[in-house]
Design a binder for this molecule. Sequence first.
Ligand SMILES: Cc1ncc(COP(=O)(O)O)c(C=O)c1O
Length: 413
Amino acid sequence: MARQYLDIPVAPADLAFGLMADFDADPHPHKVSLIAGAYRDENGLPWVLPSVKEAKAYLEKNPNHEYLGIAGSPTFIKHAQSLIFGVNLSETIKTHIASIQTVSGTGANHMAALFLAKHLRPQRVFIPSPTWVNHESIWTMAGVPHEEYPYYSSDTHSVDMGGMLNTLETKAELNDVVILQACAHNPTGVDLSKAQWEELVHVIKRKNLFVVFDSAYQGFATGDVDGDAWAVRYFVEQLILNAESDATHPGLCIAQSFSKNFGLYGERIGAFHLVVPRHFSSQGAQSELMAIARSEYSNPPRFGTSIVQTVLGDDHLRSQWQEDLNTMSARIKKMRHELRRRLEKLGTAGDWAHIESQIGMFSYTGLSRQQVERLRNEFHIYLLPSGRVSICGLNEGNVDYVARAIGEVVGSE
Ligand SMILES: Cc1ncc(COP(=O)(O)O)c(C=O)c1O
């Protein structure tokens, strides 16, 4: 028999990570990176949250390097549930939740895809256009075809509610999966209003669609942990608690990341929560999630989780963490304001109000591919070709330079 070789074509490099490498190699003294989804302080440096620093000091005195169980730390899981569902709601639905610690938000999305591909067997997964780049890859790897639903209107700089509802109404079928970002939508920074979430839940309910909430920015988005979880909690109430009969909706799930709200990007801390219908027990689902975890990575990392549970389990550290969230979200808001103000003062062509009205880490500027290229080639300012900028990369030291450069490539009124 002829010998087989693994003749594998080279996969395209990841866009954001490739750009970051180009930025690192650029020797220009005024270069600016607006690529990465990671917080930077007013000096452009990574920031270790004071609450995290304190928790780490405690853990160093009380080390534990043992394996965690397959589902992760039970204390962490309890905190993760209370954070996303709120204390009361998580108590009410506790027998209907299957939860597992994951390898950050990405791992939680991956867990959703694997579990649902096997047990729900959707025809398709509907992902927003645009969305976080990994949604498509994760579901493709799980063997589920994807379809995009319109999310953003670049004319109005707001949610394309008509396009979104129309696509779901006309194309989605029973048990298809719909990915929704819980808050601070990446990459647009534009979320649904409460009235729009209410409109959407009716369609989801009537058509029996299965929602995966991707929650990567709770607390980081606005500083308000409960406010940022409003949509998730509302959907749980509407789909699970207020379900009229036993012929209920199939449930929903949440992929929760702790990267941004704790500034713990490298520790890979996350959780996956599956909420099953009221008349089901979650035990079977829990055992299946654990079987997936066991075969993939055996058990999740301990250190980052210990930091998070130490912070959330201590009144003093928790209020420090709230302050840290306020610090991060307030600085981002300020930078949005400063960039908009400068663009307007320079008479830059166009309307720049959206820079300030969008929320969270990213702004969808509306800059064209050519303008993005000019920013990079002429000014050494790096952002994604879609025109997405990470507002965290701005500070008092570079916002003037960035505004002037945008002014140059866009032109004036
Ligand atoms: C929408 C969204 N989901 C999930 C993630 C996953 O983040 P991580 O795996 O770092 O927790 C991100 C990170 O940028 C994101 O923007």
